[in-house]
Design a protein around this ligand. Structure first.
Ligand SMILES: Cc1cc2nc3c(=O)[nH]c(=O)nc-3n(C[C@H](O)[C@H](O)[C@H](O)COP(=O)(O)O)c2cc1C
Length: 213
C-alpha cells in the first residue's frame, strides 16, 4: 500500500513558526509518510496538486491580532472553489500556531483552523497529549506546556530569532506531525481494506450470476 501523503501548509513572518513547521513535516516523514512543506504565499500548481491529492493537511501559522495572519486568510479564500465541490472532503486535518504571549489568543487561531477544516469536510485530529506544566512538578520543558487540545501551541518571545523557539514547543509540534501521519496511515489502510472488501463482494456477486445462481 502507498504511504500516506501529508501536506504541511504554513505561514511564518520572521521564521519562528517555520521552525515548528519543519518539526511537523520531519516527524510526519519519519513514519514513512510522503510529506511536503508548503508556504501559503508561495504555492505553485505542483503544490496545489500535492495538497489536493494529500491524505492529510496540517495548517500552521503564527497568531497575528488574535487569528491567523492575512497571508493565511488569503490562502483560505483561494480554496473557495475547492470548498464548493468539497474537494478535500474526508481528508484528515490538524493545526499548530505560535505567538509571543503565553496565552496570546492562540486558541482563536487553532479554532479557526479547525473551522476552516470543517468547512472543507475534513476530519480533525487533535493534539492527543495531556497538558504539561500544570502542577509544581511540571516544568516549562514539558510537552504541551500550555495545555492545548485542539492542536499544537507554542510561545516565542518577540525579540528573539529562530534559535529562541522553545525545544518543548518543537517537540510538541513533532508529536503532532507524527500523530497525524500515524492516524492517517490507519485511516488509509481502513479505506483500502473497505474498498477491497467491496470489490471482493462484487466479484462473488458476479461469480454467482455467472454460475446461474
Ligand atoms: C501583526 C502582528 C500581530 C501579532 N498578534 C499577536 C497576538 O495576537 N498574540 C500574540 O501573542 N502575539 C502576537 N504577535 C506576535 C507573533 O505571534 C510572534 O512574534 C510570533 O513568534 C511570530 O511568528 P513568525 O516568526 O512565524 O511570524 C503578533 C505579531 C505581529 C507581527
Amino acid at each position: 500500500m502507498a504511504s500516506p501523503a501529508i501536506a504541511v501548509v504554513y505561514y511564518s513572518g520572521s521564521g519562528h513558526t517555520k521552525v515548528l513547521a519543519d518539526a511537523v513535516v520531519s516527524a510526519a516523514a519519519s513514519t514513512g509518510a510522503t510529506s511536503a512543506l508548503l508556504r501559503v504565499d508561495e504555492l505553485t500548481e505542483e503544490s496545489w496538486n500535492f495538497i489536493d491529492e494529500a491524505d492529510a493537511i496540517i495548517f500552521g501559522a503564527p497568531t497575528y491580532m488574535g487569528t491567523a495572519p492575512s497571508a493565511f486568510h488569503a490562502f483560505a479564500e483561494k480554496t473557495a472553489g475547492r470548498w464548493g465541490v468539497q474537494k478535500w472532503h474526508n481528508k484528515l486535518g490538524a493545526g499548530f500556531t505560535n505567538a509571543a504571549c503565553k496565552a496570546g489568543d492562540k486558541n482563536s487561531t487553532l479554532d479557526y483552523f479547525a473551522t476552516f477544516g470543517a468547512q472543507h469536510g475534513m476530519n480533525w485530529v487533535n493534539l492527543g497529549l495531556l497538558p504539561g506544566w500544570k502542577s509544581t512538578k511540571g516544568t516549562e520543558n514539558d510537552l504541551n506546556r500550555f495545555g492545548y487540545f485542539n492542536g499544537a501551541a507554542a510561545q516565542t518571545f518577540s525579540d528573539v530569532g529562530v534559535e529562541g523557539v522553545h525545544p518543548a514547543d518543537i517537540a510538541t509540534a513533532a508529536h503532532l506531525g507524527r500523530r497525524v501521519a500515524e492516524i492517517t496511515a490507519v485511516f488509509a489502510a481502513g479505506k483500502a481494506a473497505l474498498e477491497n472488501r467491496t470489490s471482493e463482494n462484487h466479484t462473488s456477486e458476479r461469480e454467482l450470476i455467472t454460475a446461474g445462481a
